[in-house]
Write a protein that binds this ligand. Structure first.
Ligand code: NAD
Length: 500
């Protein structure tokens, strides 16, 4: 294990860089409950230096050929794939998710890199020959400039990979500010990018908290901000960066409902609820946190979910367990507090995660999988994004009541329906105000060639992440109307140009 006095520095202009800051923060191994290293926390001056490095690298990178950028992406994909086991170990050590889940996170990030390989096609403009007599009109896509990417703790590799490969492919340069809770993956990715031939300054990493984020949001040389995190911060980031003239996409929190209709395959639904509720200890923005069980099948469904939970092993992600610890002790205690709230609100604690046994160090931030039935929709357990291994069951009369609840939620990230009735599934898909929908699929994260993002308080801004939206966000279009000299074009006409 790395000695705790080891400090993770920023990565600026192609190398580790300390900057002026003397402030550091501990980075914990959540399964051991002790710091594994510390991380440097940037001042606004440090962020300015990183932005300056990105701005200095911009002209050459923006003007590099598509072939050059494409070759870098090919190399990056190969190196990332070859070295991914080392990255999975870092994710497990700092986030706590089990190794197999860490590998899954990397696989989804790699998919975005693979999608980005289609950049020569995606960056093509359009051409209309002879739009008016002797006049051609065409459009080209150009990079936005220096872009800031601010990422959350729960996907320390995948979320940066949602954004920076596309930003770089499009000719932008990047300053990435990862979560200070598990920051090492970002430097690791930047080093692999450098090994794959990325010129210094194209991808920079600064570490820190609000001070660093504010410096990025207000920096005059930053043209766009991609943010992922909790809803209050996403809203703040959206307002602040837009007020400072930047293009912004700010993805926020979630409360995802899974509706189970009476005709559903209850075994499939119970498997799905357990997998989507407790994978990554519920610390996923696409986790299912509420099962809407139609009353006629609710008892049976709850019994089948509880039965499956008996076999889940919670513990150190390096020991082949199903579920790891929570990210910090404070977060663990906050999530556990919701179990008291559930009891106070007269919900039924079917499985109490505080009573679980754990295959890990006693100092780890443990909370076992928890199932709460008959959760009242007035309870904070239903309303709040808990972001832990707590699955709530809300009993509903039927389809209409379920859709009403889903649409009354301030969030609109993901939702799922379990049914064998195609008509009901189709009606569900049309009626819910949610950005990503699963039909008998509990975690409907779109593949990399579609785009990812929610509605309402789950996404501020109008561009989703990756896929076609990603290229649109990281490029700005120029439309060129062109006429080459021809004697027939002479003459005075003060009227608004008309096509003929
Ligand atoms: P967070 O909002 O606490 O932090 C996200 C980022 O913002 C981090 O880099 C952090 O350093 C920074 N930050 C924290 N406080 C700040 C402040 N006051 N001012 C400016 N910046 C600040 O989120 P988190 O706890 O790291 O991540 C979990 C949250 O992210 C959950 O709400 C989850 O739903 C959400 N999330 C959403 C998606 C999505 O795609 N919609 C994906 C992953 C995670």
């Amino acid at each position: 294990m790395t000695h705790p006095t080891d400090t993770l520095e920023h990565w600026v202009d192609g190398k580790p860089w300390t900057g002026e800051s003397t402030r550091t923060a501990p980075v914990f191994d959540p399964a051991l409950g002790v710091p594994r290293r510390t991380v440097r926390m940037a001042t606004a001056t440090d962020v300015d230096a990183a932005v300056k490095a990105a701005a200095a690298a911009l002209p050459a990178w923006r003007d590099s050929s598509i072939a050059t950028r494409h070759r870098f992406l090919l190399n990056f994909r190969e190196l990332l794939n070859a070295r991914k086991d080392a990255l999975a170990e870092i994710l497990t050590a700092e986030h706590g998710k089990v190794l197999s889940d860490a590998a899954g996170e990397i696989a989804r990030g790699l998919e975005v890199v693979e999608f980005t390989l289609s950049m020569p096609h995606l960056l093509k403009g359009e051409f209309s020959q002879n739009a008016s007599t002797g006049v051609d009109v065409y459009s080209v896509r150009e990079p936005v400039g220096v872009v800031g990417i601010i990422s959350p703790f729960n996907f320390p590799a995948m979320v940066p990979l949602w954004f920076f490969p596309i930003a770089i492919a499009a000719g932008n340069t990047v300053v990435l500010k990862p979560s200070e809770k598990d920051p090492s993956a970002a430097n690791w990715l930047a080093e692999v990018a450098a090994d794959a031939g990325l010129p210094a300054g194209v991808l920079n990493v600064v570490h820190g908290d609000k001070e660093a984020v504010d410096a990025l949001l207000t920096h005059p040389e930053v043209g766009a901000i991609s943010f992922v995190g909790s809803t209050p911060i996403a809203e703040y980031v959206y307002r602040t960066a837009s007020a400072n003239g930047k293009r912004v996409q700010a993805l926020g929190g979630a409360k995802n409902h899974m509706l189970v209709l009476p005709d559903a395959d209850l075994d499939l639904a119970a498997d799905a609820a357990v997998n989507a509720g407790f994978g990554s200890a519920g610390e996923r923005c696409m986790a299912v946190s509420v099962v809407l069980a139609t009353e006629s099948v609710a008892d049976e469904l709850v019994a089948r979910i509880a039965e499956r939970m008996k076999d889940l092993r919670t513990g150190d992600g390096r020991r082949g367990c199903d579920m790891g610890p929570l990210i910090t002790r404070e977060h663990r205690d906050k999530v556990a507090g919701y179990l008291d709230t559930a009891v106070a609100d007269a919900a039924e604690l079917v499985v109490d995660g505080r009573a679980s046994t754990f295959d890990g160090d006693p100092n780890g931030f443990w909370l076992g999988p928890t199932l709460i039935d008959r959760v009242p929709v007035s309870s904070a357990v239903y309303r709040d994004e808990i972001f832990g291994p707590v699955l709530s069951v809300v009993r509903v009369e039927g389809f209409e009541q379920a859709v009403e609840l889903i649409n009354a939620s301030p969030y609109g990230n993901g939702t799922a329906i379990f049914t064998n009735d195609g008509g009901a599934a189709r009606r569900f898909q049309r009626q819910v105000n949610v950005g990503m929908i699963g039909v008998n699929v509990p975690i409907p994260v779109p593949v990399a060639y579609h785009s990812f993002g929610g509605w309402k308080a789950s996404l501020f801004g109008d561009a989703k992440a990756y896929g076609p939206n990603g290229f649109a966000f990281f490029t700005q279009e120029k439309a060129i109307t062109s006429r080459w000299l021809d004697p027939s074009h002479g003459g005075i006409d003060l009227g608004f140009p008309r096509n003929s």
